[in-house]
Write a protein that binds this ligand. Sequence first.
Ligand SMILES: NC(=O)c1ccc[n+]([C@@H]2O[C@H](COP(=O)([O-])OP(=O)(O)OC[C@H]3O[C@@H](n4cnc5c(N)ncnc54)[C@H](OP(=O)(O)O)[C@@H]3O)[C@@H](O)[C@H]2O)c1
Length: 294
Amino acid sequence: MYVVTGATGQLGRLVVEGLLAAVPASEVAVAVRSAEKAADLAARGVAVRVVDYDRPETLEGAFAAGDRVLLVSGSEVGRRIPQHRAVVEAAKAAGVALLAYTSAPGAATFRLADEHKATEELILASGLPYALLRNGWYTENYLGDAAGTVARGVVLGSAGEGRIATAPRRDYADAAVAVLLGKGEGKGEGKGAGGSRENAVYELSGDAAWSLPELAAELAAASGAPVEHRDVTPAEHLAALVGAGLPEGFAEVLVDVDAGIARGELAGTPGDLARLIGRPTVPLAESVREALKG
Ligand SMILES: NC(=O)c1ccc[n+]([C@@H]2O[C@H](COP(=O)([O-])OP(=O)(O)OC[C@H]3O[C@@H](n4cnc5c(N)ncnc54)[C@H](OP(=O)(O)O)[C@@H]3O)[C@@H](O)[C@H]2O)c1
């Protein structure tokens, strides 16, 4: 079976759709914390296993020997090491054939990447066959409220001219599907013996990196309205995010990411993602047009 955790989330749903396009529903299972949210998948013949990363006992029996599992990283920053440890231990106890994990770029030194690095260590220590999908940033991180950004006329950040090689979630999801299916042409620096793609590390990113000034220019071009880039100090950025309603702790994490972007830590374009999915990644301009349409 192919098993996807976090399958009722935004990335997980796209992965499940990709799997269902490739294999019968009887070969797909999801491990999710709400059966209700996965009712549509159950109706399509997908096995639904109810788990909570916070409750290790719910993970017993979630996986079976030979499963190819995608652990979609949890969304609760600060709690993810014990959560992911519970999933890795359950996968190990079951003897899964592959544990793939949505990680963060290897170059990232900002705090948000710490839990990913710790999870990678847990996976390596487990001895399970693994694939580390080191996902770069989602384009959607910047376009969730594209119309609002255009209305305000300002792209605000503290990343300076730092570049970000984003791709939309659907590209990362397609890469995860390729890895689960054992397909794709990824390089995988840790590629296993005998040409196997197991034990591989993929640095996944968009094909092209862009800067916040370029994002402002794209939004202006696509909307016909003036949009400027305003680079602010980290303290001003923090105040703006908190003022917009973000909890202070999470706002600090985001400002810290911008410092990493300024250092170039999300700018790498090694091409692993395009190679895995067998096509170019979706360019920023196309995502901007789509976001403003919707
Ligand atoms: N690369 C990037 O730019 C970027 C940006 C944001 C996040 N991320 C990471 O990538 C992951 C996937 O992104 P996304 O956009 O799909 O996020 P998302 O929509 O928030 O999905 C997160 C999924 O994790 C599940 N989950 C959270 N806590 C859980 C728990 N205790 N037990 C079981 N499942 C749990 C959620 O379940 P429910 O459906 O029940 O809520 C949801 O399905 C995120 O969780 C985060 O680690 C990456």
